[in-house]
Design a protein around this ligand. Structure first.
Ligand SMILES: Cc1ncc(COP(=O)(O)O)c(C=O)c1O
Length: 427
């Protein structure tokens, strides 16, 4: 009889030695998730918000929070979320453009299931969020096409040529819901893994390309609010697809957001921000109609987190802490990374992308470094659909405190130096 291996595991990274950030033998800079020093605050925040929301339910006496919700997600949660995002982006966000999800991974799945042709094309950057690549494998009729990058960002000249080529051969199955023959999955702000942000001129051009070729751009915007500069974060790509433009085509950009990095991944709460034509499709989607809102109860508690300003205060704290961590990491890299390697200091998010000399294999290096120096990170090849980018590493500031990050970064630089000398005879 077939058996299922079901060991006692406590979290997503448990049981995988290269990712287990909780193990103390190795300092692991792999994981893009908050650590216990940040998550501990969730206890009190959730207690306050839950009490508040449950009291409201009692006062009203209808207990709608325990009923099937509306397909787009709890009205008052979307209202509070729209106000919160408007405050934090410094750009208007409208309630009616929001669809609540169980996080960005779920949002991506919903988009793939609902609005893209089932034999459509998924364009991805040469390096991108590795688990999105895994998610695409669940849509075997769709074709994944990689787009070259220049300076760690999408190369738009190359992209336009590739779209033209792919469109010639495409024969999309469409219906009134699956309105796009292709989508471009991208992380325009504080990219995972490169940390880069698409400049305004490129954002404008990308929107023009999407309109011209009728493709949907799915922006994975999970890091946008973790901005460590002054003022507001860079405008999200969605804001460049302006309905008042003369060549507006009804909305070609979708922003896929999440509370995983700004509150807790376990909440499984996120949103899709989209134009009315796409929102209408979601509102009439069979899955959402059958189940109502996907996370109705949690949305009630999140509405209180937002209404009571608990989320705003927490985000201010997180931004301060992450900014310190990134500064510590980058200052060490500035002083200790061997000259034959390089990186660009990101303005926000979790990740720093190290370029090692060509010919150095990041996977081999990490295995060696983990064993000899007890520090780990993710080799670049893991982010590449075509299994390229061998001489790159991704470091994350998500999990560990600044002291641990500082110590590990120094050791990592020493290890890189040693390894390169061992392999090439020069530093
Ligand atoms: C770019 C990117 N998208 C999505 C996710 C997952 O988001 P969620 O927890 O909201 O599903 C991550 C988590 O690491 C990520 O880095």
């Amino acid at each position: 009889m077939e058996t299922i291996d079901d060991p006692y595991l406590r979290h997503l990274f448990d049981g995988i030695s290269t990712f287990n950030v909780y193990k103390e033998e190795v300092t692991n800079l792999s994981v893009g998730a908050p650590g216990p020093d940040l998550l501990q605050h969730c206890v009190e925040m959730m207690r306050k918000a839950t009490d508040h929301r449950l009291n409201e339910e009692k006062k009203e006496g209808k207990y709608y929070l325990f009923q099937y919700g509306i397909t787009a997600g709890l009205w008052e949660c979307r209202e509070e979320l729209a106000k919160f995002l408007t405050r934090r982006y410094g750009d208007p966000v409208k309630r009616e453009n929001l669809i609540l999800t169980c996080g960005a991974s779920h949002g991506l799945q919903l988009l793939l299931n609902t609005v893209v042709s089932s034999n459509g094309i998924i364009f991805v950057e040469e390096v991108t969020y590795m688990i999105a690549l895994d998610a695409f494998k669940q849509f075997p009729l769709m074709k994944v096409v990689t787009v070259p990058m220049k300076n760690d960002m999408v190369d738009l000249d190359a992209f336009e040529k590739i779209i033209t080529e792919e469109r010639k051969d495409s024969n999309p199955l469409k219906n009134e819901q699956k309105i796009f023959w292709a989508m471009f999955y991208t992380i325009p702000t504080f990219h995972n893994p490169t940390g880069s942000t698409l400049p305004p001129e490129s954002c404008k051009r990308l929107v023009e390309i999407a309109r011209r070729y009728s493709i949907m751009i799915v922006c994975d915007d999970v890091y946008n609010l973790l901005y460590y500069g002054d003022g507001f974060p860079p405008h999200r790509l969605f804001s460049y697809d302006n309905p008042t433009d003369h060549n507006y085509k009804g909305g070609n950009v979708v922003s896929n957001g999440s509370f995983s990095k700004i509150f807790s991944p376990a909440l499984r709460f996120g949103w899709i921000e989209c134009s009315s034509r796409i929102a209408k499709i979601f509102r009439s989607s069979g899955i959402l109609l059958s189940g109502g809102a996907v996370n109705h109860y949690v949305s009630g508690v999140v509405a209180s987190l937002l209404q009571l300003s608990i989320q705003d205060e927490h985000l201010d704290k997180l931004v301060h802490i992450y900014k310190e961590r990134l500064t510590v990491l980058c200052n060490i890299l500035d002083h200790h990374l061997p000259q034959c390697s390089s990186y660009q200091r990101p303005e926000g998010g979790y990740f720093v992308w190290i370029h090692l000399p060509s010919g150095i294999d990041g996977s081999e290096f990490i295995k060696w470094c983990q064993k000899k120096y007890k520090v780990s990170a993710i080799p670049g090849v893991r982010f590449s659909y075509e299994r390229k980018y061998h001489n790159f590493l991704r470091l994350s500031i998500g999990f560990h405190r600044k002291e641990t990050i500082g110590r590990a970064a120094k050791i990592l630089c020493e290890a890189i130096s040693d390894y390169i000398e061992k392999k090439t005879g020069s530093k």
